[in-house]
Design a protein around this ligand. Sequence first.
Ligand SMILES: NC(=O)C1=CN([C@@H]2O[C@H](COP(=O)(O)OP(=O)(O)OC[C@H]3O[C@@H](n4cnc5c(N)ncnc54)[C@H](OP(=O)(O)O)[C@@H]3O)[C@@H](O)[C@H]2O)C=CC1
Ligand SMILES: Cc1cn([C@H]2C[C@H](O)[C@@H](COP(=O)(O)OP(=O)(O)O[C@H]3O[C@@H](C)C(=O)[C@@H](O)[C@H]3O)O2)c(=O)[nH]c1=O
Length: 300
Amino acid sequence: MRVLVTGSNGLVGSRACVLLEQRGHTVVGFGRGPRRTGGEYGYVSVDLTREAEVAAAMEAAAPEVVIHCASMTEVDACEKDPEAAYAGNVNATAAVARGARKAGAHLVHVSTDYVFDGDAGPYDEASIPNPRGVYAVTKHMGEQAARVLAPGCAIARTAVVYGWPPVEGRLNFGAWLVMTLEKGQPARLFEDQVVSPSLADNVAAMLVELGERKLGGVWNTCGGTVVDRVAYGRALCEVFGFDAKLIVPTRMAELKLPSPRPLKGGLKTDKVRGELAAKPLELAESLARFHATWKAARGH
Ligand SMILES: NC(=O)C1=CN([C@@H]2O[C@H](COP(=O)(O)OP(=O)(O)OC[C@H]3O[C@@H](n4cnc5c(N)ncnc54)[C@H](OP(=O)(O)O)[C@@H]3O)[C@@H](O)[C@H]2O)C=CC1
Ligand SMILES: Cc1cn([C@H]2C[C@H](O)[C@@H](COP(=O)(O)OP(=O)(O)O[C@H]3O[C@@H](C)C(=O)[C@@H](O)[C@H]3O)O2)c(=O)[nH]c1=O
């Protein structure tokens, strides 16, 4: 199949491109500026906030499936610049969804656990979003744009994605933690935020399956274990052999971050477990694979 992946320089998009290529698909990645990944697949530089350029590039790419990973992902930067967040998360998604519909392509739109308020997680696919903060609201609006403009699309929500090597740009939580702890520096982790950490390759596998099978509706495409950030950090220390005393439990409010974030979050994965061949990995397995890629990159 001809598959278009937006955000191909990013963490999830780059992994999706590699996997699609391995599975024999013809892949075109859309990124902003120069290509920052390896691989043999095609690459086009497109700023997705420019609708006319998106329409032309999508027509030329003529995809059968579109996996839309591009997004303004820095949560606090979104809070500080709502115009940029609206353009990157709402307008860009609308443009991609229109392009997909015109091409007759199936859209897999990637979204987030942060569409929920975090008052009573973990959430399943039928739970009602109540986003707080600019990133969360614009991601929820992006979901609505995708549903309206590309009927039958998949909304794939994921959460706290991590992987090694990290991509240039936004540093993922797992990689940030490893880089901090290997220097022997302490990491203040939120003991009061519950999440579903997700290995990037595992997320990519679920997105690719949604695309290949042209499945629609809402899907929680995340890791299979719901855990607070301190427990995640301690589990990572055990697998990597880092000193767990470097993990300093902190309450989120103490950091005074610009954007609100859901506290009692996390996503339930019964639907993907039941219906997809690509299963959500449990935390121990995810961390083991994360560690293996980290070790391999260091030549161990
Ligand atoms: N990482 C996480 O923890 C989570 C991610 N998600 C969602 O998963 C998806 C993928 O995230 P992830 O791969 O981690 O994010 P990254 O930040 O690693 O990648 C996003 C990519 O989108 C590109 N992009 C942003 N705006 C534009 C634009 N206007 N035109 C073209 N490209 C653009 C960025 O380009 P550039 O590098 O030039 O900025 C970047 O390469 C997103 O939809 C995100 O909301 C959901 C939950 C958790
Ligand atoms: C989680 C965490 C972050 N931090 C710091 C690191 C960083 O400067 C800042 C924000 O951290 P993070 O980027 O990891 O957290 P955050 O921006 O909340 O991550 C979110 O990203 C978006 C894209 C999503 O959709 C969510 O699922 C979630 O992964 O807070 C801590 O000091 N301790 C912590 O426990």
